[in-house]
Design a protein around this ligand. Sequence first.
Ligand code: TGC
Ligand code: FAD
Length: 389
Amino acid sequence: MREFRGVDFYLADGLLSAEEKMARATVRSFVEEQILPIIDRHFEEGTFPLHLAKEMGGLGLLGANLPEEYGCAGMGDVAYGLVMQELERGDSGLRSFASVQGALVMYPIFNFGTEEQKRSWLPRLARGEAIGCFGLTEPDHGSDPGGMETRAVRHGNRWLLNGTKSWITNGTIADVAVVWAKVDGEVRGFLVEKGTPGFSAPEILHKMSLRASVTSQLIFEDCSIPEGNQLPGAQGLRAALMCLNQARYGIAWGALGAAMACYHAAVEYARERTQFGRPLAGFQLVQEKLAFMLTEITKGQLLALQLGRLKEAGRLHFSQTSLAKRNNVAMALDCARMARDLLGANGISLEFAVIRHMCNLETLKTYEGTHDIHTLILGHAITGLEAFA
Ligand code: TGC
Ligand code: FAD
């Protein structure tokens, strides 16, 4: 059989259009030229390469599947997925930045906002000139966002917000926060601008995962915002969960990129590293690991591709997105851990990308619904019985 070192084992490239391949190639070059040379330093220092926001905007990567009329690229969902895959081949922090900006900030403004809110924010967010964040999780409510304690109360023609959001990507660097709060017991969405009195966004430090990403608390203390900052279409927890579906879709693709990076590193290393007088790649136990990785990546690719085609056809149910997020993240974490093992001592060094991806993937397993929460969403879809509480 011919030697095979790529990741397109089932020739799935043949199922992609020329535009989709072009989007992938553009982001692959961007990642190789602009992200890979600097990402280790940012990961080590715990900083986000903020100058890349406008670069990503210039390439149309922010809110890429939203319409051109608001300054977005108007890409199909599969092309968008491939963008997420390639960004995460670079680093999960970069994909998270783009995910939050597009799926969790631009999508709710586009879907639930007034025409004025759309015109005011979407073009700037698409260009990367403004940055957004999404505040749902609270210190005491992660998997159960319906229990949120943040409140919005009417004061004349303004809203008064009180509460704390936690673990919020982009929080400290955001110009606008999409914030979920209860009004008379019902969940509603609001836009809170940076610099609003009573609003602060301190950074959460000392993370050992997603280090090249800003994570923050959002604190609201009698924070007064104009009534026009409510997202009128965001009614009920369901609206917030609809945003999560968009981000979970991107993560299902993104995790593939991290897995591919780890697989490539493992194959190269196994071919070059010699022990007991021959390359590691020639040992049966090593080949078993590589076969596992390629099999799981191939399955994950087909899953993501069909998920994308269902989304493009408007036939996607959120439980299908849960299945792909759950599977592809767990698969990527398995591949990363296996690759880390295969690289021996070098596997714990930032000289190779594997340990960085492995640490990042621990966050993917938790955010956007933990692995177990997606198990329960699938359990609900299968049995019709809820097992959350
Ligand atoms: P439940 O009563 O089941 O649902 C309330 C209403 O929402 C509907 N629904 C959904 N609709 C659209 N999409 C979904 N995924 C939906 N899931 C449920 C449901 O049908 C119901 O509709 P209606 O019309 O009857 O009102 O709500 P629950 O309180 O029992 O909670 C269900 C649960 C646990 C599945 C949900 O709350 C959940 O998904 N928890 C996980 C929380 C989570 O994922 N947080 C993520 C925060 S953001 C983040 O992590 C960003 S990371 C950065 C990055 O993305 O890179
Ligand atoms: P918990 O809900 O306390 O869960 C702890 C454990 O209990 C998990 O293993 C979980 O699976 C399990 N568990 C919980 N409930 C059940 C149950 N019913 N049955 C069985 N097991 C259960 N949130 C945002 O809103 N915006 C963001 O931008 C954002 N970015 C993030 C960035 C990072 C780096 C991280 C780490 C998190 C981010 N989050 C964000 C928060 C993230 O969505 C939550 O961490 C996640 O939803 C889980 O909530 P939790 O951490 O409170 O864990």
